[in-house]
Design a protein around this ligand. Structure first.
Ligand code: NAD
Length: 353
């Protein structure tokens, strides 16, 4: 593990194998310098244990950066359960996973991620209290963080439009939204309400026709959505959408969306910079959901309070854009270095006290 390319001095990595249920899981605690390591649990059929380890290491570091940049009192962690899990084993596997989380005594707090639902987390909660993402009372969607994520992406787009195009409103601004799921559809609503013009695509035709009907969105084939002649491209589907090839062909001058790990390679970020395309670092702009979860964990779950924290994503991005411009560095490199500084400062404070 210490030689794994994604190992980054993680504080703790727990490998769990529970013979009775068949659970195989990895819990990676990247950093607790800023607080308990928070991050979801992913259930995925990995090609190998090494691939699962890589995902846990990479995603937990990503959570450290995301939480640090959102100024949350939380560190970064992530869990992966190695699938597939047979339906008749699922309950036992999730209970065993809860016991593993519990054994860390609150160093790691879990939540839903890809392949794991709120119903699953309720099962995990039978064996550990260190679970979030269960509070149906927050927000308009019964505990779903997506509306908050979409709000954060919208304020991030506003900041990018101001910085790149010098415009302080979104009236008439053209935005191409790739992926119209939980976040993408709420984002369309936010943008439409502010007068933006939408171009959309999804592999699910029903999602597309709903956006056409509700928000007068123009629809285009999935393969064309990123290359539209628009002001902003908003990737809200899977990660890795922004490849080097795509960057070379982009017509938009801003990339700002919800998807995690949008840049397929670091070089894609470099080419974005060379072409003068403004990139809103994904883990900064899409922090609205984790801000909601943090509110749930801390008990400060008043909706107006959470919204105010989500709205702070706008000025935060404006600061990153300004620093990147003055230092002539790309935005994601600036964000990474700011996140690392915040974590290092917290570590230094802990050592002193
Ligand atoms: P979702 O599964 O609800 O929606 C994804 C949508 O993308 C689906 O409608 C799917 O059909 C569509 N899609 C898949 N492949 C596509 C393609 N090639 N072209 C066009 N559309 C495609 O997921 P979500 O919760 O809306 O999350 C979207 C992205 O945002 C993910 O990358 C997720 O990791 C990230 N994210 C989500 C949240 C949140 O609060 N839900 C928070 C942070 C980051």
């Amino acid at each position: 593990m210490f030689d794994h390319p994604d190992y980054d001095a993680h504080e703790k990595v727990l490998m769990v194998e529970d013979a009775a249920s068949g659970l195989k899981a990895i819990i990676a605690v990247h950093s607790t310098a800023l607080g308990a390591a928070a991050g979801g649990c992913r259930l995925w059929a990995y090609d190998s244990g090494v691939a699962a380890l890589g995902d846990a290491l990479r995603l937990s570091r990503g959570m450290s950066y995301k939480n640090a940049m959102a100024n949350l009192p939380m560190g970064g962690g992530k869990a992966v359960i190695l699938g597939p899990v047979l339906p008749d084993r699922r309950e036992a596997v999730l209970e065993a996973f809860g016991r593993a989380v519990d054994s860390l005594d609150g160093q790691y707090i879990t939540a839903e991620d890809v392949g794991v639902s709120v119903a699953d987390m309720k099962i995990v909660a039978r064996t550990t209290g260190y679970v979030s993402g269960l509070d149906a009372a927050i927000g308009k969607s019964g505990g779903d963080p997506s509306p908050f994520t979409a709000r954060g992406v919208r304020v991030g787009i506003e900041a990018a439009v101001k910085s790149r195009l010098g415009r302080s409103d979104l009236a008439g601004i053209r935005v191409a939204v790739q992926g119209l799921g939980h976040v993408g559809s709420y984002l369309c609503e936010e943008l439409f309400n502010l007068g933006a013009r939408l171009v959309v695509a999804d592999i699910n035709a029903e999602r597309v026709s709903e956006m056409r009907d509700r928000f007068r969105a123009e629809s285009v084939p999935v393969k064309d959505i990123l290359l539209q002649a628009v002001d902003v491209v908003a990737p809200c589907a899977l990660g890795g959408a922004i490849s080097e090839d795509v960057v070379r062909q982009l017509q938009a001058t801003i990339v700002a969306g919800a998807a995690n790990n949008q840049l397929l390679t670091p070089q894609a970020g470099v080419i974005l910079g060379e072409r003068g395309i403004l990139y809103a670092p994904d883990y900064v702009i899409n922090a609205g959901g984790i801000i909601m979860v943090a509110g749930e964990i801390s008990g400060h779950n008043d909706e107006a309070h959470i919204q105010a924290q989500v709205d702070a994503i706008g000025p935060r991005l404006a600061d990153i854009f300004a620093r990147a411009k003055s230092a002539n560095v790309i935005t994601n490199v600036v964000a990474d270095s700011m996140a690392r500084d915040k974590i290092a400062a917290a570590k230094a404070r802990t050592k002193v006290t």
